[in-house]
Design a protein around this ligand. Sequence first.
Ligand SMILES: [Mn+2]
Length: 436
Amino acid sequence: MADTVRFIHTADLHLDSPLRSLAARNPALGDLLRDASRRLLQRLIDTALEEQVDALLIAGDLFDGEQEDIHTAMVLQRELRRLQAQDIPVFIIWGNHDAETRFLESKVLDLPDNVHAFDGRGGKQYFANDRAVVHGVSFTRRKTPESLLGKYGKADPHCFNIGMLHTSLTGAEGHNDYAPCTVNELIDKGFDYWALGHIHKRQIHHEQPAIVMPGNPLGRHINEAGERSISLVTLASDSKPDIRRINLAPVRFERLPVSLDSIDESKVAYERMLDALNRCRESMETDILIVRLELEGHSVLASSYQRDRQTLLVALQTEFEHRDDLWIDSISAQSLQLPEAHDDGRESNHSIAAELQTLVGNELLDSIALQEAVADDLRLMTKALPADLNTMFGRTPEEQREFIRRSLLPDGAVWMQRQLESLAAVDKDADEATQP
Ligand SMILES: [Mn+2]
């Protein structure tokens, strides 16, 4: 009989982080989401027990960093003990987000002894009666611009070799200098499986040896829409690695395109949206579906939906508020256009300004990524301020987020709009001046 080893590989749980930004935005949604991280943990352990795996591997960013919820830490501890009771080992490396998490130094989190967290020097651990060895190296600080590959030992020729690494892999879009290395360098180590973490989008970079970025098991915002999963892996001495994708996410984000092509009655448009939402809900396997409605096509309704999306949003949210399995997060009307006959091409300047305005209103103001980027900047700024001014943008991260969302970004948008208008006015003057 062929030798086999079976394990679960996941990464980037960012425990509790999905809750914070969304719950801050809307308390009703916050209630729906409250236990999502904990439910995910429970399902992860349920799956490990049901599948009778030889180990559970968590390849970094288990914690989000600014972890404050002790309840979640306790749930983690309780769940890991269920694996301990079945002698199933858990291997953890720390990523950029949890390298400096204070839970790790404090006595709060008492990891059971079936859990092995690798440190920054690296090491190896045998499991499954020595049929496999896992090699791991942790981040020790948020930024690790150098390759960590030199810290990994040689492959043991007598068993399966698994490497755990938190890395952006060189050239990954939007990520820089997180333990950079290339797929070829990983192949050269001679391991059977690389359990990677960091990039939230799932990707199998190589099949044999298997090099797997599992993506995060739970999307955190609309930019992490679509299916999220963990990997159930079986390594066998006589065949290719078998990698099964399992979806455990209690919450799923989805962008839902709805075409309003040639619809000119808002009642018909509304029915079409309801229909699309219901179908989408039925087709997705998750407890809570959070949808961003993306209106598209050519319709005379375009200008009214672009002017006021809020009324439509509230109407749709009210439609589904008796249900706890569907939430309309936002509506985009960016791809919705007036019928072409109305476009005479003469107003090109005006339409560029209008498009920019729509972009700001539809995309930027709702962008969690932008809000977080601004929050980061504010934090840097307040650090440089005298102590008594530290709280001027809010005392807690939630208050700061609220300040950014309610005041800073809308004010910025108004300012930008004025700049655009004055530019357009200058253009117009210049045009008139050159006329004979
Ligand atoms: Mn990371």
